[in-house]
Design a protein around this ligand. Structure first.
Ligand code: ADP
Length: 521
């Protein structure tokens, strides 16, 4: 393929990841082109790019997922490369192929690698041939519950029915008893059909209390493949990651080296180039099994960057230009501990309902060791059209406990109003003795989280209460006295949250009355 330079990149994405890519491009002197849907016209990724093009209405099927439209912009803007970010078209082999056919560089692996790894049964076949251990499961997709039975009998329940084209935890069903198999089998099939347009499913042994540990891979076109250490992504809700950290508390150097080497083998099994992630499940006896490969940049990539000092987007671009990796495995050093909390707009006290609306106030945490990747500003909207992730709050500390304390401080400092967030849930995790001691599995939240255990007085609540006090009393904010006031009202957070976005005067006066009553009693 040889060397080709990249002078201008189209970022086929939105939000924080588009901005993340644009930032590195700027540092490398590469011009950037953003695309946006109607509702995103004032988003930071649009305002920060050198050029921006409108591609359609808000639904992603009519904008960010339109291959033709994006290629049309790429040609019009005369870019020489396309970066897909994650989500949307990032793991769409047809998109990667079309980009290359237009004579442009796709900043990612080849369409063939994406295709092979996107099919879970094919990926399992490829890596097992390279002697990588996989979770026991059926070799091919399974047509019917009847056909699944023989595997279930041989390996015993529980089993997990999974979509061959799976992603985002969709199309998965755990089966504990043989009598539930037919119904759960068809449920998985129909969820797979509607999510991926592909109803094929297969069966895996369900590991009961696993941890999810993944390895970051970088590979160039000259056969150099290295890993950048692991990310512990065990803290999940409904198979979706919430808190990630590196290193993993369960890995020692020997196990890290063994898993890292295995991850490199798995990547080589599909002739992988560019950045990718090999996901493993680890059982209680520390046996590890290949789960899947993600053929793109991961949401949680910043923790690897914090710990290695390597800019993964810069590496992606260099490798895509045909440069050789500038380091070997032994040259990569790891420093300290990094944690990422995903801040979602959701109501953690009310079954995690998405919380859409305008962000009326936003003052993110700052200070030593804090990084925040966010693609929306104060005044911006969290809409129903896209993933409700507001921000990725990332901290670095010399040790795990320093990183935990720093993350707790950063979460408490984070001020946001207008939408509810899962900040209290993140704090719950960071403070939990089982998390602190490292004794957890993928069921941590399901087992321990209860809304009534949430910390009630976060900075968000205090600030909101303080702001409203100031408004009601028509006077300037005096932090000390207002904080004191808000602390006398432990339940003010909910009240304030519900009234502040809408400026609901009825609620304000109710709240004021309650405050007066509190003062009297
Ligand atoms: P997706 O591609 O939909 O994200 P994955 O295969 O990556 O699905 O799995 C997502 C999560 O589901 C894992 O991190 C783990 O928590 C759980 N999971 C998947 N397969 C198994 C299994 N065989 N046993 C136990 N848990 C599993």
């Amino acid at each position: 393929m040889g060397k080709r330079s990249i002078k201008k990149v189209l970022v086929a994405n939105r939000g924080e990841i588009a901005l993340r890519v644009i930032r590195t491009c700027r540092e490398m002197g590469i011009e950037t082109v953003a695309v946006y849907s109607e509702i995103d016209r004032n988003m930071p990724h649009v305002l920060n790019a050198d050029e921006a093009y409108h591609i359609g209405p808000p639904p992603s099927r009519e904008s960010y997922l339109l291959i033709e439209k994006i290629l049309e912009v790429a040609k019009r803007a005369k870019v020489d490369a396309v970066h897909p970010g994650y989500g949307f078209l990032a793991e769409n082999d047809e998109f990667a192929e079309r980009v290359s056919k237009e004579g442009l560089i796709f900043v990612g692996p080849s369409a063939d690698s994406i295709r092979a790894m996107g099919d879970k049964t094919e990926a399992r076949r490829l890596v097992s041939n390279a002697k990588v251990p996989v979770v026991p499961g059926t070799e091919d997709s399974v047509e019917s519950a009847q056909e699944a039975r023989s595997f279930c009998k041989e390996y015993g329940y529980p089993v997990l029915i999974k979509a061959v084209a799976g992603g985002g935890g969709k199309g998965m069903r755990i089966v504990h008893k043989p009598e539930d198999l037919p119904q759960l089998f068809s449920a998985a099939q129909s969820e797979a059909r509607s999510a991926f347009g592909d109803s094929r499913v297969y069966v895996e042994k369900y590991l009961e209390r696993p941890r999810h540990v993944e390895f970051q891979i970088l590979a160039d076109q000259y056969g150099n493949t290295v890993h950048l250490g692991e990310r512990e992504c065990t803290i999940q809700r409904r198979h979706q990651k919430v808190v990630e950290e590196t290193p993993s508390i369960i890995l020692d150097d020997a196990m890290r080296a063994k898993m890292g080497m295995t991850a490199v083998l798995a990547a080589k099994a599909c002739n992988y180039q560019n950045a990718g992630t090999i996901e493993f499940l680890v059982d209680k006896d520390k046996n590890f099994y290949f789960l899947e490969m993600n053929t793109r940049l991961q949401v949680e990539h910043p923790i690897t960057e914090m710990r290695t000092g390597i800019d993964l987007v810069a590496q992606q671009l260099r490798v895509a230009m045909g440069e050789e990796l500038g380091f070997r495995q032994g040259d990569i050093s790891f420093y300290g501990h990094a944690i990422e909390c995903r801040i979602y707009a959701e109501d953690v006290e009310n079954d995690f309902l998405p919380s859409t609306g305008i962000i009326t106030h936003l003052k993110p945490s700052q200070g030593l060791g804090v990084r925040e990747d966010r693609g929306v500003e104060q005044g911006g909207e969290i809409s129903v059209y896209y993933d409700p992730m507001i921000s990725k709050l990332v901290v670095w500390g010399g040790t795990r406990s320093e990183a935990i304390e720093r993350m707790k401080r950063a979460l408490r400092e984070y001020e946001i109003l207008g939408v509810r967030t899962n900040i209290p849930l993140n704090l719950f995790v960071l403070q939990h003795p089982k998390f602190v001691s490292g004794d957890f599995d993928t069921h941590f939240l399901a087992n321990y989280y209860r809304p009534e255990l949430l910390e009630k007085t976060t900075a968000v609540g205090r600030t909101a209460a303080a702001v409203v006090c100031a408004l009601l009393h028509d006077r300037a904010l005096s932090r000390g006295s207002l904080q004191q006031m808000s602390e006398t009202m432990p339940n003010s957070r909910n009240e304030v949250h519900s009234m502040f976005p809408s400026q609901n005067h009825v609620l304000i006066s109710k709240w004021k009355q309650q405050r007066i009553n509190n003062m009297r009693s």
